[in-house]
Design a binder for this molecule. Structure first.
Ligand SMILES: [Zn+2]
Ligand SMILES: [Zn+2]
Length: 241
């Protein structure tokens, strides 16, 4: 990552790293990452197996260049996915899932190089990749709210009295919905923008949690919130019904 290109004033003003410098390099091991991911995705999503096997063959024969998608990221991404899907007769969901998984690996690696750890970041979207969070966590000892990026997994501290999505300061009217006996699992919902954020409260520092796994395991809260007419802040494979 070209750190000197990142302007701290722009960053403070809400321009994420991805819009200031490129986070994807031509010489990143695109094909290697894709081919090592495909067996795991096949296992997790058996209905996409045939498409993933086709993709595997296409990548091995170098009929597509995965970097083409990242050169245009995120602006022309959907057009490239649709183009590959129609050219090779593939399910769009399979192509999108593979590319999203590759994105995660590269962005997570790059985000580890950011020195200021989002300390002066005041936005509800990710300081690294500009994506909204999939889940939030409020710690037990110091009641700070930490947001977890749905795309790169970066975590940053954010005000508890502002909606991360629309920045409305409507915290007082904000409803929380609980499942009985699971008081620390809830959803923050904003009446203004009608978005919700799954939130884990009173989290102890003693336990190390994988927040991606937590987000997937709380899908029942996504169902409850969407039935109430709210939309998630970030669309993920597991929260679209
Ligand atoms: Zn991110
Ligand atoms: Zn809002």
């Amino acid at each position: 990552m070209d750190l000197p290109k990142i302007d701290k004033r722009k960053f403070k003003g809400g321009v994420p790293v991805i819009h200031q410098t490129t986070l994807f390099r031509h010489d990143d091991p695109w094909e290697g990452i894709a081919l090592s991911l495909i067996p795991a995705i096949k296992k997790g999503f058996p209905t996409l197996q045939v498409d993933l096997e086709k993709l595997e063959g296409i990548i091995k024969k170098e009929n597509i260049s995965i970097y083409d998608y990242f050169k245009a990221y995120p602006s022309d991404g959907d057009a490239i996915i649709a183009g590959w899907a129609s050219e090779f007769n593939l399910n769009t969901a399979a192509v999108a899932l593979l590319l999203r998984s590759i994105t995660r690996i590269i962005l997570e690696k790059r985000s580890q190089l950011i020195e200021w750890k989002g300390g002066n970041w005041e936005k509800g979207y990710c300081p690294v990749c500009g994506t909204f969070p999939s889940i939030a966590m409020i710690k037990e000892k110091i009641a700070e709210r930490w947001l977890h990026c749905s795309q790169c997994g970066y975590e940053w501290k954010f005000s508890r009295v502002i909606c991360p999505y629309c920045e409305d300061e409507a915290y007082k009217e904000t409803p929380f919905f609980f499942v009985e006996d699971k008081g620390n699992e809830c959803a923050f919902a904003c009446e203004k923008c009608k978005r919700y954020l799954i939130t884990l409260t009173r989290m102890s520092d003693l336990i190390i949690r994988d927040l991606d796994i937590s987000a997937i395991s709380l899908t029942h809260l996504d169902i409850i919130m969407q039935e109430k007419g709210f939309q998630p802040m970030a669309t993920c494979e597991w929260n679209v019904f």
